[in-house]
Ligand binder design. Structure first.
Ligand SMILES: *[C@@H]1O[C@H](CO)[C@@H](O)[C@H](O)[C@H]1NC(C)=O
Ligand SMILES: *[C@@H]1O[C@H](CO)[C@@H](O)[C@H](O)[C@H]1NC(C)=O
Ligand SMILES: *[C@@H]1O[C@H](CO)[C@@H](O)[C@H](O)[C@H]1NC(C)=O
Ligand SMILES: *[C@@H]1O[C@H](CO)[C@@H](O)[C@H](O)[C@H]1NC(C)=O
Ligand SMILES: *[C@@H]1O[C@H](CO)[C@@H](O)[C@H](O)[C@H]1NC(C)=O
Ligand SMILES: *[C@@H]1O[C@H](CO)[C@@H](O)[C@H](O)[C@H]1NC(C)=O
Ligand SMILES: *[C@@H]1O[C@H](CO)[C@@H](O)[C@H](O)[C@H]1NC(C)=O
Ligand SMILES: *[C@@H]1O[C@H](CO)[C@@H](O)[C@H](O)[C@H]1NC(C)=O
Ligand SMILES: *[C@@H]1O[C@H](CO)[C@@H](O)[C@H](O)[C@H]1NC(C)=O
Ligand SMILES: *[C@@H]1O[C@H](CO)[C@@H](O)[C@H](O)[C@H]1NC(C)=O
Length: 481
């Protein structure tokens, strides 16, 4: 569901830019306390603006905590859904955090309603309960559905790769930071938090933002800098070559959980990995093909081969997102999807289309370029090398983007801290004496393996996830409390 690579053939296997600023009354059927429509004419993009609803009363019911939901127009016929929550504490000083789920093509409402948002939806699918471990206890939070076509976003989807996705997300922040509604957040600490396919999005988008910032600094473009101060990625898909090999290692011995598949299955997976035209050879061919046009097919083929012959047999009947559950996994529940499709809820929050968690259309666009089989480790390495605050973390019961593969990826990073990271032993991070994660710190870089958590870490270990988030916000190395 969240790393959509793994859904095939319809079968879910896993499944100073502003020139004019006109504020006008937004004529709509919105049944809310405050709604508006801001047009923003920018030098870089035409047809931009925000349509929003303020304080819908949905989800965040803590008194006096402002929320805004609606659409950012990031181009002609491109309506990108966002949902913003002020921090429950010190909103005037708290940082500004973007949360993005993966896919590609999955909605960030997954994170909002199942992981780290202000509320959870009850089993009646019609009511919510406050989440005491919501990340907006510590930070202003914005959740964005991208690319277009994902979640509540709608219109023309022009995105067929991770690289192509970045400018639209950058434009979204141009529009937000030019508006009176959000301009005050442009100078806050900006934390980029993402999951799963975010192992592609995070390194790529942050690199793109920095390239734009350099063009702004040199006077080549006139725009608002988007300065990311910390990047956190849990259960990310960074380097497919390394992470496909990790499927075999994880199935052979998942630390804490044991051997997952019988020897004959492991033997077959090994043959499929290391055979003459196997997964490793095909992934290497994909990397070697670079960004040439013919690379699309090479990478697509590699992806299909590795999914069918390595990933699928390695997972077997486990829930790939939590090996403690089988393929009929019930946690975290999907109640929120039904809630978001209720007409009264949609009307209150200003949603204009039926909610789709992980629709096929945006995903299929990425398939065309074989994006899933490509690596973003060089970009991640460069960011680590620059001294940026980075946390790479993973729930230890997730197989899909398992921590062995995440750890092997960071050990392969080419950066100044490489040698030190290799020589740094894991230590337990505890909360009131209970171990919650095995961690490594090198300067501003940290890795954490979170105990007893699947893919959606904050859903399984909300307290540990919030504590870890707080330490990242304070730019601290991960430590016991
Ligand atoms: C935006 O629209 C104006 C007026 O139609 C046009 O002159 C300008 O070139 C457009 N800018 C961009 C970046 O497309
Ligand atoms: C909410 O804001 C109102 C108006 O500023 C104030 O009277 C009230 O005490 C606040 N409530 C809480 C719980 O902070
Ligand atoms: C859903 O909740 C609303 C508002 O709380 C209530 O009026 C309505 O009766 C509920 N509907 C169902 C089917 O429970
Ligand atoms: C807007 O996007 C939708 C969805 O892709 C498409 O059906 C429609 O034709 C587009 N409209 C315009 C004016 O481009
Ligand atoms: C291993 O692969 C062979 C050849 O594809 C197949 O016949 C056999 O059933 C596989 N064994 C297992 C245990 O999956
Ligand atoms: C999955 O586990 C549940 C609970 O243990 C069990 O009832 C169900 O039959 C299992 N489903 C499959 C497909 O193995
Ligand atoms: C991906 O999109 C770009 C920009 O629209 C286009 O030039 C390219 O041909 C597309 N690639 C594929 C494989 O469809
Ligand atoms: C770590 O981050 C801080 C705050 O951003 C920065 O001042 C410092 O130079 C960084 N450390 C390294 C070793 O890059
Ligand atoms: C990182 O360090 C390890 C262990 O010392 C070494 O084997 C590896 O080649 C280094 N990798 C890079 C990219 O520098
Ligand atoms: C760390 O915690 C884990 C999980 O509770 C435990 O198995 C392990 O022994 C601990 N390691 C150390 C060095 O204390």
């Amino acid at each position: 569901m969240f790393l959509r690579t793994l859904v095939q053939a319809g079968v879910a296997l896993l499944t100073s830019i502003s020139i004019t600023r006109a504020v006008s009354v937004f004529e709509d059927n919105l049944d809310t306390t405050e709604a508006g429509h801001i047009e923003i004419q920018s030098k870089v993009h035409n047809a931009t603006g925000i349509r929003y609803v303020k304080n819908s009363g949905i989800c965040e019911t803590t008194p006096n905590v402002t929320q805004i939901s609606g659409y950012i127009n990031v181009g002609t016929n491109m309506s990108m859904w966002f949902w913003f929550f002020e921090s429950r504490n010190s909103p005037e000083a708290a940082p500004f955090t973007l949360w993005l789920n993966g896919g590609p093509g999955c909605s960030s409402m997954i994170g909002l309603f199942q992981e780290n948002g202000p509320c959870l939806v009850n089993a009646d699918r019609n009511s919510t309960v406050l989440n005491p471990y919501s990340w907006n206890s510590l930070s202003n939070m914005i959740y964005i559905d991208q690319p277009i076509g994902t979640g509540f976003s709608y219109g023309t989807d022009a995105v067929n790769s991770t690289e192509a996705a970045a400018p639209f997300v950058w434009t979204a922040f141009q529009v937000l930071f030019e508006s009176q509604l959000f301009s005050k957040y442009a100078s806050r600490e900006f934390i980029f938090a993402t999951e799963s396919y975010g192992g592609h999005y995070g390194p790529s988008f942050v690199t793109y933002f920095e390239e734009r910032n350099a063009l702004i600094a040199s006077g080549d473009i006139d725009a608002v800098p988007v300065v990311v101060s910390a990047l956190m990625i849990n259960n990310g898909w960074y380097d497919p070559l390394i992470q496909n090999i990790a499927y075999l290692n994880f199935a052979t011995y998942a630390p804490g959980y044991g051997q997952l598949q019988p020897d004959d299955v492991l033997k077959n997976i090994s043959d499929s990995l290391y055979g003459s035209d196997g997964c490793v050879a095909q992934e290497n061919a994909c990397y070697a093909a670079g960004t040439s046009t013919h690379s699309n097919k090479i990478c697509r083929d590699a992806d299909n081969y590795c999914i069918n012959n390595v990933f699928t047999p390695a997972v077997g009947d486990y829930d790939s997102y939590d090996i403690r559950q089988n393929s009929s996994a019930l946690f975290p529940p999907e109640y929120y999807m039904y809630y978001l499709r209720k007409e009264d809820v949609m009307k209150k929050i200003g949603a204009q289309v039926k909610y789709e968690e992980c629709p096929n259309a945006p995903y299929e666009q990425f398939v065309k370029t074989g994006d899933d089989a490509r690596t973003w480790l060089p970009q991640l390495s460069a960011l680590a090398n620059s001294g940026m605050k980075i946390l790479i973390w993973a729930g230890d019961a997730d197989m899909n983007c398992n921590w062995l593969g995440g750890h092997a990826s960071v050990l392969a990073m080419d950066w100044y801290g490489n040698e030190t990271l290799h020589n740094t032993p894991f230590t337990n991070m505890t909360i009131n004496g209970t171990p919650v994660a095995a961690v490594q710190n090198v300067d501003n870089f940290s890795f954490a393996r979170v105990y007893g958590a699947g893919h959606e870490v904050p859903a399984f270990q909300p307290q540990a996830a919030l504590e870890i988030f707080s330490q990242v916000i304070r730019k601290e190395q991960l430590h016991s409390v």
